[in-house]
Write a protein that binds this ligand. Structure first.
Ligand code: SF4
Length: 441
């Protein structure tokens, strides 16, 4: 799991371009650069790491890459082909977006994250950091044969359970969801989708995209409401047998779980009659503070609230909430602190915006006001131009830089934790630097 980088770079990685047929080439007349909001910027050499295992490369139709001319030092377009970006694997946070110029009639890009990428000494490099040591979604940790066996066994064990069928047939074996695959392997975090509906209309929703949009959601939304019995039947055995067991309500293949809070409350109460082992978590948009309170009273251990920004205008422009406001998510975080539960934000990282001065001040205010425990720095799966076209922001952003942002927060809030995944209770109550899924030394 070591971060691979050369002892020292002689020069920046070269720019990459593609031929619209899936072939990728380096252009050694140009150095690769990055993007922060609207600006193409050079990337400091120390920010590059080798593209980690499990990363992917995308060619970006009708977009021309921007680079620095190796002779003149001037920024210019690569006219040899289309731009290329990297999708970096979980546990890593991108520091710069891919830099390119978009043609007027270019198609909107699908819901993936587009990090800058370059070529150096026969390897792909990306500007990123490993933000999470937990190895639960390491691509090398998934054996196809073991997953096939495990999912078959779960379906055999729970033949009438619609939720197990959905998780194994759709999530595990169709979408290859890392959490559902871990369930089939009887380890770590088990996903529990419950809600076919949502009270937000996120621009980049991964489970529902209106027919008017040209892009599609990456998975279909759940179509039924599971019962308490269906939830309890397979989650209690998981809590009893899995290493670092977590069961998590709120998944990418559903709407908002808090719309099903009564079912979730009753399921938590029933589960805790059988075992007090493991962690019961909810991933949510945090829109219903009263429901969060009811779940805390029932025995919820932790919650992760997703957000693209801690600035109300930018939050509401993206989430387009129905019958709730930005302040409701802040209230939910405060209630989690009041009940001494672990609170995280699932922070959609957009380089240039997330590390802007305005966003930093809004984040500080939120951390102080809610005693936030953890930030999960997630790469934002969205077409950057499409996203920016929907936001009330101006071009004049003051960039701190993602690494500078990490340092400022670490200095001011030394107890605040950084990561990418929901921590198990063993890590929350134990040694945060040791008690989680990792390769034994
Ligand atoms: S809160 Fe989740 S399910 Fe609801 S619209 Fe946003 S991304 Fe989609």
């Amino acid at each position: 799991m070591s971060i691979k980088k050369p002892l020292s770079f002689i020069h920046s990685p070269y720019l990459l371009y593609a031929d619209n047929k899936g072939q990728i080439f380096e252009d050694d007349s140009l150095y690769a650069v990055g993007r922060l909001v609207y600006d193409a910027v050079p990337i400091p050499l120390e920010d590059w790491i080798e593209l980690p295992d499990g990363g992917n490369l995308y060619e970006l139709p009708q977009r021309q890459a921007i680079g620095i001319d190796v002779k003149t030092g001037e920024m210019r377009l690569c006219t040899k082909g289309v731009a290329v970006a990297a999708f970096i694997p979980p546990a890593h946070t991108g520091l710069y977006l891919a830099a390119y110029e978009t043609a007027n009639n270019a198609p909107t890009l699908p819901l993936f994250a587009y990090t800058a990428v370059g070529w150096y000494q026969n390897k792909f490099y990306v500007p990123a950091v490993r933000i999470e040591k937990d190895i639960r979604q390491e691509s090398s940790g998934y054996s196809k044969s073991a997953i096939a066996l495990g999912s078959k066994q779960l379906l055999k064990n729970y033949p009438k359970n619609r939720l197990v069928q959905h998780l194994m047939d759709n999530c595990c074996n169709t979408y290859h969801c890392p959490a559902a695959r871990n369930l089939s392997l009887g380890r770590w975090e088990c996903p529990i989708p419950t809600s076919p509906a949502c009270n937000a209309n996120c621009i980049g929703c991964i489970s529902f995209q209106p027919a008017t949009e040209t892009i599609v959601s990456t998975q279909d939304r759940l179509t039924f409401k599971p019962t308490v019995a269906e939830i309890v039947e397979f989650t209690v055995p998981h809590l009893l047998s899995a290493p670092y067991p977590i069961i998590s309500f709120g998944q990418g293949c559903e709407g908002e779980p808090l719309l099903m809070w009564e079912t979730i409350r009753d399921a938590i109460i029933e589960i805790r009659k059988h075992t007090d082992k493991g962690t019961i978590n909810i991933n949510t948009n945090g829109s219903k503070p009263n429901a969060i309170e009811a779940l805390c009273k029932a025995g919820l251990n932790s919650a992760r609230i997703s957000t693209n920004s801690l600035q109300p205008s930018i939050y509401e422009a993206y989430y387009r909430p129905n019958n709730y406001q930005f302040n409701d998510i802040v209230e939910s975080l405060k209630i989690l602190h009041q009940y001494k539960r672990w609170s995280s934000i699932n922070y959609f990282v957009f380089p240039g915006l997330t590390d802007s001065e305005q966003e930093y001040q809004a984040l500080r205010k939120c951390i102080k006001g809610t005693h936030l425990k953890m930030i999960q720095w997630r790469n934002f799966n969205i077409d950057p131009d499409w996203y920016l076209s929907k936001l009330p922001i101006n071009h004049e952003q003051i960039y701190l830089g993602m690494k500078q942002l990490f340092n400022l927060l670490n200095n001011e809030f030394p107890k605040l934790r950084f990561g990418y995944f929901n921590p198990p209770i063993e890590r929350i109550m134990g040694n945060f630097e040791k008690d989680f899924a990792r390769i034994e030394e």
